[in-house]
Design a protein. Structure first.
Length: 81
């Protein structure tokens, strides 16, 4: 929730920085999960299917979509206000 509030008052550079950090965190979650799955010899396809519905990854994907659309929303809000 706080990411939404911060994005409204952040500069485009700060938003891009947050997007990059979220993308890195998302990739780290995937990489760590795949590494653990490899250790227990779980099929990669099964792991990827589970990752599609992983709550943190779903949340990150939603936050990324919101942040990516944020500059467009800010411009529209300014024009109509």
């Amino acid at each position: 929730m706080s990411a939404n509030l911060e994005a409204e008052t952040s500069t485009p550079e700060e938003v891009q920085e947050v997007i990059a950090e979220l993308e890195q965190y998302r990739q780290r979650l995937i990489d760590d999960t795949l590494e653990m799955a490899k250790k227990v010899k779980m099929p990669k396809q099964a792991v990827m299917k589970q990752l599609e519905n992983h709550p943190e990854i779903v949340y990150i994907d939603g936050a990324l979509a919101n942040l990516r659309s944020q500059p467009q929303n800010n411009n529209t809000a300014v024009e109509t206000a």
